[in-house]
Write a protein that binds this ligand. Structure first.
Ligand code: NAP
Ligand code: SF4
Length: 677
């Protein structure tokens, strides 16, 4: 009988020797746990996802040899000890009824390692190390190492392997002349360029036998100059099928591509049309991926015939129970991944263990545990921003009696401003999720209420999460009618003129500039517009899917100048993996950015600026409106008052520390506090 809500998602997939229970692949993610080497913790991470219903899990990339690691010391399956360690993981997944494949990832010239190897010695723009060109014997060794890694994976109990052939990694580097300048059997003609890919799949299949899943991740859209033509991609897919792959997964964009492919501003399921073009070209199942984050999106992708299966990776960090919740018709209880990258990919690039902004337990399952409490307390939480919400929900889940106050008429705090920004629409779903979660819980929600200390004195504990106030930049003339704060703009809908100066180029200054530069529909909500803006084209007409004319962003609706006092690059403190998108997006819209300025005064004609410590070049920037985005200060008067009166209180989130405040820190702090009380 088909599933009442998601009939395509919950249709089993027959792979011959094995049948997967549903069409959901948990895609590969690097968590950093393997490098730490706590195998019980890794087993707990994958075990929870297997128990949560993922049809097939793919591990983070394991290097086939030391030179192929993403960085020196990256994890791989190199020895018998490694095999025994990985068995702890596969045993746990199998005991939970799941299946797991190991991804074999050879980084080639992307390896952050002077020992990096590649088809040609061409340095990538995202690594400082020029790779060493492989000779014939070197290439044969790399192939043999892939085969050995697959055999070890089988020995370690994996149900299959995923061979990473996309995102600009080693195999992908052989496929295109962008990175392969060889004149021997491994370069030049198409046949020669794809020899590495097909030989690896062929030899892996021969070595592992027929009853083992081989997924090949195929770059369907390179998004780099001189990428593959669509004919080449289709031809390669057919050859990969003939070589013995069981499934083809979709890869979109090389890591060096200057087009966002998974950030929150990318429309949902933005690249499923690419996989759809491949449907019918091969007989084996196809998986589509990128920005599929809810079961409804996955179902519609499958029912539209875009693919046989969907890959979701980050949504499994946000909620390990994703599939089970969808299956029992409770998709509204799924904690949504907002595609922010802040606690997952950004952590990877900072060599930190991954987690998840909306679920700090991700990859911390053994360390952050929400056990039921023996003696429930009566707890008040004041403030329903991310810090207060997470503290209230976790405390309530553990059995405490919680009253949640907010002086606003809605929950969400600063999230309600984020959700107004074009490109940050996922925050709408996040606030809605929190709203449902609070209302479905036994939390006593008191909106529009600012409790006084007398009211709070009756609780066993008061958690103060009262958030932040905008910082006063104390600029002469800032009380004029042509000056507004970011809260007035994003919450109050304050009038903003055509020529605008934005004071402060932190996260909020960038967000406000994005908000003010748009008019009409957000490109994130209009796939054709988004593809046009970023210069993504049908790969049948243009190599690698890059539009000939490049990106063509709509001009900004206003003339905006974004300013900061520091002389560093504006937006430097934004997310590691997303800051470039914010900067490029605003620059493409003609937003001017100016660092190293002083704000001398604001008058009725605009903002008077000067440069540098010696305040030279005093001049008027003629603008209609000045918007203040000069950071924030903690709102902690309530906490101070409670402490003075001896009431048991703790302060979290922005009310605790306003600097560098973001939702990740707020949710993490709220959840961890509630796990301990
Ligand atoms: P912020 O990142 O701390 O930036 C504050 C800005 O105000 C800076 O550009 C700072 O630059 C300027 N400033 C500080 N003191 C000033 C003063 N007295 N007069 C004039 N300018 C002053 O704070 P935010 O922009 O309010 O963002 C808060 C947090 O929200 C961020 O830390 C971020 O984590 C998070 N957030 C992130 C994003 C994102 O990543 N896209 C978006 C929104 C919010 P100068 O001191 O050099 O002038
Ligand atoms: Fe998704 Fe952000 Fe969590 Fe990463 S940190 S999984 S992008 S919500």
């Amino acid at each position: 009988m088909s599933h009442p809500h998601f009939p395509h998602l919950f249709r089993p997939l027959d792979l011959g020797h094995v049948t997967l229970p549903n069409r959901v692949l948990m895609g590969s993610m690097h968590t950093g746990l393997e490098e730490v080497g706590d195998w019980n913790r890794i087993a707990a991470f994958y075990g929870e996802r297997a128990a949560g219903g993922a049809g097939l899990i793919v591990t983070g990339g394991m290097s086939p040899n030391p030179e192929g690691g993403v960085f020196a010391g990256a994890a791989g399956l190199f020895s018998d000890t490694d095999i025994a360690n990985h068995r702890v993981v596969t045993d746990r997944v199998h005991s939970e009824g799941g299946r797991i494949a190991m991804q074999i990832l050879h980084a080639g010239r992307y390896a952050y390692n002077p020992k990096a190897v590649a088809p040609s010695p061409i340095k990538s723009p995202i690594s400082p190390f020029p790779p060493n060109e492989l000779d014939e014997a070197g290439i044969r060794k790399q192939i043999a190492d892939f085969v050995t890694a697959a055999c070890r994976a089988r020995e370690a109990g994996y149900d299959g392997v995923e061979i990473m052939g996309s995102e600009g990694y080693f195999i992908n580097q052989f496929l295109v002349t962008h990175t392969n300048k060889r004149q021997d059997d491994w370069g030049g003609s198409l046949e020669n360029r794809m020899r590495l890919a097909t030989t690896i799949v062929e030899q892996v299949r021969q070595a592992v036998g027929p009853d083992f899943i081989i997924i090949y991740r195929l770059s369907m859209l390179d998004l780099v100059p001189n990428g593959q033509t669509w004919d080449e991609v289709v031809y390669l897919a057919k050859r990969i099928e003939a070589a013995g792959a069981s499934i083809i997964n979709t890869g979109i964009g090389w890591h060096e591509a200057r087009i966002p492919t998974i950030a929150t501003s990318v429309p949902r399921a933005a690249f499923s049309w690419v996989t759809k073009k491949m449907m019918g070209e091969v007989g084996i199942p196809l998986i589509t991926s990128n920005r599929i984050n809810m079961p409804e999106v996955a179902e519609s992708v499958l029912s539209d015939g875009c693919a046989d299966m969907v890959s979701m990776a980050r949504p499994f960090l946000a909620d390990a129970e994703f599939v089970n919740k969808a299956e029992r018709g409770a998709s509204g209880t799924i904690v949504p991944c907002i595609a922010c990258n802040q606690a997952c990919l950004d952590h990877t690039f900072q060599m930190k263990i991954s987690s998840c902004l909306v679920n700090p337990r991700a990859a911390h399952e053994t360390e952050l545990v929400y056990d039921p409490v023996e003696v429930p307390k009566n707890i008040a939480v004041v403030g329903s921003g991310p810090a207060g919400l997470s503290a209230a929900l976790v405390a309530n889940e553990r059995g405490h009696s919680v009253t949640l106050y907010d002086r606003d008429s809605q929950i969400g705090g600063q999230l309600n401003m984020a959700k107004k920004i074009p490109g940050k629409e996922e925050f709408i779903g996040l606030v809605e999720y929190y709203d449902r979660a609070v209302r479905a819980s036994s939390i006593d929600l008191q909106l529009g209420v600012e409790p006084d200390p007398d009211t709070l004195a009756k609780f066993d504990l008061v958690i103060v999460a009262t958030g932040v106030d905008p910082r006063d930049p104390e600029i002469p003339g800032q009380d004029g009618p042509n000056v507004v704060g970011y809260v007035d703009v994003l919450r109050g809908g304050a009038e903003v003129g055509r020529r605008v100066a934005v004071i402060g180029a932190g996260g909020i200054g960038f967000d406000v500039s994005e908000y003010l530069s748009h008019e009409g529909v957000s490109p994130t909500e209009d796939l054709d517009l988004w593809l046009r803006e970023w210069g993504v084209h049908d790969p049948e007409d243009s190599r690698g899917g890059l539009a000939e004319q490049g990106a063509s962003h709509e001009p900004a609706a206003r003339e905006i100048t974004l300013l900061q006092r520091k002389s560093t690059q504006p937006g430097k403190g934004l997310g590691k993996t997303t800051g470039w998108i914010h900067r490029l997006s605003l620059r493409s819209k003609g937003v001017r950015m100016k660092a190293g300025v002083n704000y001398e005064e604001i008058n009725d004609r605009g903002l008077v600026l000067s440069d540098g410590p010696d305040r030279r070049n005093r001049r008027l920037l003629e603008v209609d409106t000045v918007v203040l985005c000069a950071g924030q200060v903690s709102r902690r008067s309530l906490f101070d008052e409670l402490t003075k009166r001896g009431i048991n209180a703790v302060v979290i989130g922005g009310a605790d520390v306003a600097g560098e405040l973001d939702a990740k820190r707020a949710i993490d702090q709220g959840s961890r506090l509630a796990a301990e009380i």
